[in-house]
Design a protein around this ligand. Structure first.
Ligand code: SAM
Length: 350
């Protein structure tokens, strides 16, 4: 199973890229400023673009490393002494992690029914106790390998990417990690298993840049022919809704607060989720980024009505709007309709 991510552009990517090519036929370098899952960056890479990708979330960074920097499995030389020699070390590394002895650690304590949350609330049910203790053992091993320099930066990102993807497959949630379900669904009772990543095999892996941080702060440092901005469009903060993935990516044991066990997430708060702050956030980016061709995705469900957003953007240059009908992101219990209109705004800065 893939990644259910609010606002993912995996399926829309071909249409978005066609629009970019049509408006900017000579463009070579594209900034994917709020890259999320990194799947739009991957689509750009496939199409031969040089990509500059960023996001405020750490899990996004690891996905981007895999999506932009790898076209085959890394060698994992440092682990040969642990997993044995042979041509297929990556698979043996995953096999080793898949058969690791479970331990009772942070995930077991905070996110499984066998735990005992520090906050004093009833045990949470994001993962079965068996899966949480397997996750504890896997994350501890990856962290220790990295600290002991047995794996390099790219290998580290790949293993964290694999762990995040596999944890997603068996998480007991209805779409996001805002809360867990009160009964384990069938999928969540399967044993967690790291699955080998299917690498893109093309040669376009040189020259891409990956950054971590607020777009508003990174903007002055970024230059490209085209900038694609895919901001949050609703109030739900990514840092709160994907807190467990962030904890896997950061490899820490934060305070797990309240019934839901959220990590402290204000350091990754997004101004794009606030009707009051969103204009200032756009302004900081559009004024400072060294790029004149700016494409912005927005949704019919967005905090700002599309007319207001278009009117606001007109102060920076010429604005054009295209509309795409699209399958709506829905939590399992959502009552909203199946389709919505996705907007793509082309702003030519003057
Ligand atoms: C709609 S999602 C992008 C989805 C992405 N295009 C994909 O296909 O996966 C919005 C992303 O913006 C990021 N984000 C929100 N505010 C941000 C900010 N101020 N600076 C950088 N990233 C931000 C979130 O972490 C989230 O990943």
């Amino acid at each position: 199973m893939g990644y259910r991510y609010i606002g993912s552009k995996e399926k829309l990517a071909p249409k978005l890229i066609a629009e970019i090519r049509q408006k900017c036929p000579t463009a070579r370098t594209v900034i994917d400023l709020m890259a999320g899952t990194g799947l739009f960056s991957l689509a750009l890479r496939r199409e031969g673009f040089r990509v500059v990708a960023s996001d405020v979330m750490t899990y996004s960074y690891h996905h981007l490393v895999v999506n932009l920097k790898l076209n085959h499995a890394p060698k994992f030389h440092g682990l040969v002494g642990i997993v044995g020699e042979g041509s297929d070390t990556y698979n043996r590394v995953l096999d080793y992690l898949n058969h690791i002895h479970p331990i009772s650690g942070f995930f077991t304590k905070e996110y499984s029914p066998g735990g005992n949350p520090l906050a004093g609330c009833r045990p949470r049910m994001y993962f079965t106790t068996a899966n949480a203790s397997k996750i504890d053992a896997i994350r501890q091993t990856i962290k220790s390998w990295y600290e002991h320099k047995l794996i390099n930066d790219v290998e580290h990102s790949l293993l964290l990417h694999d762990l995040i993807m596999s944890a997603n497959n068996i998480a007991n949630i209805a779409g996001t990690y805002g809360h867990y379900l009160s009964h384990f669904v069938q999928r969540a009772t399967d044993s967690i298993s790291l699955v080998p990543c299917a690498f893109e095999e093309d040669d376009n892996i040189e020259g891409h840049e990956i950054r971590r941080g607020y777009a508003e702060e990174l903007a002055p440092q970024l230059t490209a022919d085209v900038c694609y901005i895919d901001p949050p469009y609703i109030k739900r903060q990514y840092a709160a809704n994907y807190h467990i993935l962030e904890t896997l990516a950061r490899e820490d044991d934060p305070d797990a607060i309240g019934e839901s066990g959220l990590r402290p997430w204000r350091d990754q708060y997004s101004d794009f989720c606030s009707k009051v702050k969103i204009r200032n956030a756009f302004d900081l980016i559009i004024r400072q980024i060294k790029c004149n061709n700016i494409f912005i995705s927005y949704s019919e469900d967005g905090l700002l009505p599309i007319e207001d957003l278009l009117c606001f953007l007109q102060q920076y240059g010429n604005v054009e709007l295209s509309k795409i009908r699209y399958k709506r992101f829905r939590s399992n219990n959502s009552s909203k309709g199946l389709e919505l209109t996705e907007y793509l705004i082309y702003l030519l800065k003057v």
